[in-house]
Design a protein around this ligand. Structure first.
Ligand code: NAI
Length: 653
């Protein structure tokens, strides 16, 4: 079947796009649509046309294989203008996703109808771009300007229901889309064709003062990203200087952004996220089917993992130490799900069904049918051995047994199991039902079937699964430990905690390292340091400032004092007492303090990340530099628009 087909049904022409998997706006699609329109215009029997897509979705974006190639005519903006200029009204019928160029094509049509499950959006800002085919000019001429701004600057798609409410759609259908489009076409045959969007005026153009507010609010949210602000200027330009000037301005900005470092970085991370879990050795390996999931430990992580597993459609059994702990685990899952219910993410019926799929027990026999088990008990090797011993005894022979350990050696955990081939690591991030990142840790003996099952599980949970090998801290925590050490050195050498945090925030992290430590609580890592003290290399530089804080009872945000002092609203303030402690420590060690600029601070941090990343690569812990970037961006707040530490530092030389 060709990419674009034209069929005639009495007075109605149907243009069908068939370009799997996402009906991207490839050259064949663009030229096919133009050819079809030429035929439609030339045929006097045709009174209306329907533009519809085959397969899973409407046009959901551009053809990535054409990225970086010289544009081949007809380019998308011209195709859309051609649709607009059609002498017969064009109705587009949307199912699945109408994204980016797909929605821009729909905006060129005279009418838009959609299946009730469709989603419509302009996600270009996620790639550091703005819509480049008229989206910033046409959308605010169809829906309220505030809604257009929100869709374009957030990049988030809207549901068909919302799209219908704001006027983006002319109708939604719960039935067969093709039939609905044909029925709709019949209703407009005798109506006057609506003016193209370019010929209309926005209904509610903001005032100059309102634009200032919109720009300021967008700037705040964008945290250093330029595309959302460029989108605002394009929307404003299109409104204030007319459609033609707006289109020219949008195209200029689009091209500028396409060649920018931010867009390159965002595209890098976008593709890295999509390729990181594709392992050649797992090609053709069939995963075990998963229906029942066991979670050992219903604490912070266990309850989060149980929630994520329920939401993915699995039956979940939590195993805890006693009945009270079982109740606590269940209550935490219930709290998470209630949150989803309150935010309208799940219905009451779904909530009830999910809670009914959850059980908690103290008896491992309840796991006899589990297909995959995740252990999230205390971070203690003896406890983990005990748990995996019981799992070996009670679980099916092919059940995959995973540990969520942060730092312990999973090879050692596996070694004591009856079948180490099915033991792997699944390192979630907190809160586990929200954070997208999942490190899938391959133990030395793990077989491909268990790994394939783990990746399938990760996919079902909607996680970004990054494969990694066994080492202290895997990819993310290991890099964090490395740069934390260098931040501590900087404290003794002359920087203050709030200066390091300010440099990180300015760079684009949501918060600095010391504020983050305060939030997590300082006492856990203090306990770990005390436990590991006898094994410490005495020749390695050791910074004791974190220990001093704990000895002073400063455990972080929860008790109002940590690296910062917290006011009654929980706001952090630099504390002169901490500064004095830091300065006194330098003096005690005979270090002459020197000033660090923000750039110097970030150079140290990025250098530490890079050099640990290189070691991780050399040891084969990460498969690629991309994997490291994906971990740091999705689990550690590294600003997405900088692409990750490996991408960024690799680009510097
Ligand atoms: P937690 O202390 O909140 O929960 C541990 C739970 O395990 C408790 O509810 C406890 O009753 C239960 N438990 C202990 N021994 C048990 C046993 N023998 N059988 C059944 N249940 C048992 O700890 P959290 O924070 O959930 O950590 C769990 C694991 O996840 C640790 O290995 C930790 O290193 C790891 N982890 C923690 C992260 C975090 O941010 N908290 C992030 C990633 C991994």
């Amino acid at each position: 079947m060709s990419t674009v087909t034209l069929t005639l049904e009495n007075a109605i022409a149907v243009i069908t796009v068939n370009n799997p998997p996402i009906n991207a706006t490839s050259h064949a699609v663009r030229s096919g649509i133009v050819d079809a329109l030429d035929q439609i215009d030339a045929n006097d029997d045709i009174r209306a046309a329907i533009l519809i897509c085959d397969g899973k979705t409407f046009i959901a974006g551009a053809d990535v294989s054409e990225f970086g190639q010289p544009p081949k005519a007809p380019i998308l903006p011209d195709v859309i203008k051609r649709i607009e200029a059609a002498t017969k009204p064009v109705i587009t019928a949307i199912h699945g996703h109408a994204l980016g160029g797909g929605l821009e094509v729909a905006l060129g049509c005279h009418y838009r109808i959609a299946d009730s499950t469709a989603k419509l959006g302009l996600p270009e800002v996620n790639l550091g771009l703005i819509p480049g085919a008229g989206g910033t000019v046409r959308l605010p001429r169809l829906i309220p300007v505030s809604e257009a701004i929100s869709m374009i600057t957030s990049g988030k798609p809207v549901s068909a229901t919302k799209a219908n409410e704001i006027g983006l759609l002319d109708a939604i259908t719960h039935g067969a889309l093709g039939d609905a489009a044909r029925d709709f076409a019949k209703t407009i045959l005798n109506r006057e064709t609506p003016a193209s969007l370019l010929a209309r005026n926005p209904i509610d153009a903001p005032s100059s003062a309102q634009w200032d507010d919109i720009t300021a609010a967008t700037k705040k949210k964008a945290r250093g990203q330029v595309a959302p602000l460029a989108a605002i200027s394009a929307i404003r330009n299109g409104i204030e200087h007319g459609a033609d000037a707006g289109l020219a301005f949008e195209r200029k900005k689009f091209i500028e952004l396409r060649d920018s470092d931010q867009s390159k970085a965002l595209r890098h991370i976008f593709f890295a996220e999509r390729s990181v879990a594709k392992l050649s050795e797992l090609k053709g390996v069939e995963a075990n089917p998963i229906r029942e999931v066991g979670v050992i430990g219903g604490g912070i992580m266990g309850a989060g993992i149980a929630t994520a597993s329920l939401l993915a459609g699995f039956d979940v059994t939590i195993i805890e130490r006693d009945e009270t702990a079982c109740d606590n685990g269940r209550a935490t899952v219930e709290k998470h799900l209630s949150g989803s219910l309150k935010r309208g993410l799940i219905t009451q019926d779904r909530f009830d069904a999910l809670m009914a799929s959850l059980s908690a027990s103290i008896d491992y026999a309840a796991l006899s049918d589990a297909d995959l088990v995740v252990e999230a008990v205390f971070e203690d090797m003896a406890v983990k051995h005990d748990v995996f011993g019981k799992l070996s005894l009670h679980c099916k022979a092919d059940a995959v047994l995973a540990s969520n350990t942060s730092y312990l050696d999973i090879n050692e955990i596996a070694a004591r199991c009856v079948n180490p081939r099915r033991v792997i690591g699944l390192h979630f991030f907190s809160p586990a039902h929200i954070m997208k990142l999942l490190e899938v840790v391959r133990t030395d003996k793990a077989d491909t079937k268990s790994l394939a099952t783990a990746f399938e599980f990760a996919r079902a949970l909607g996680k970004i699964a990054v494969p990694c090998g066994v080492c202290d801290g895997f990819i993310g925590n290991r890099i964090m430990s490395a740069y934390r050490k260098h931040c501590e050195y900087m404290l003794e050498d002359g920087a203050l905690p709030h200066q390091i945090d300010a440099a990180m925030a300015e760079f684009g992290f949501p918060m600095g390292l010391f504020a983050m430590q305060d939030m997590a609580g300082l006492e856990i890592s203090w306990a770990t340091r005390k436990r590991l003290a006898p094994f410490r290399d005495p020749s390695e530089r050791y910074v004791a400032l974190g220990d001093y804080l704990c000895e002073m009872g400063r455990f972080g945000k929860k008790n109002g004092l940590g690296w910062y002092r917290y006011d009654e609203h929980g706001k952090a303030h630099a504390d002169p007492e901490v500064d004095a402690l830091v300065i006194a420590e330098s003096a005690k060690k005979g270090i002459i303090r020197r000033d660090f600029t923000s750039t110097e601070i970030m150079d140290v941090i990025l250098g530490a990340m890079r050099s640990e990343g290189d070691k991780i690569l050399a040891e084969g812990i990460a498969n690629s530099a991309d994997a490291i970037d994906v971990v740091m961006v999705n689990g550690y707040g590294f600003p997405r628009h900088k692409g990750g530490p490996m991408f960024m530092t690799g680009n510097e030389d």
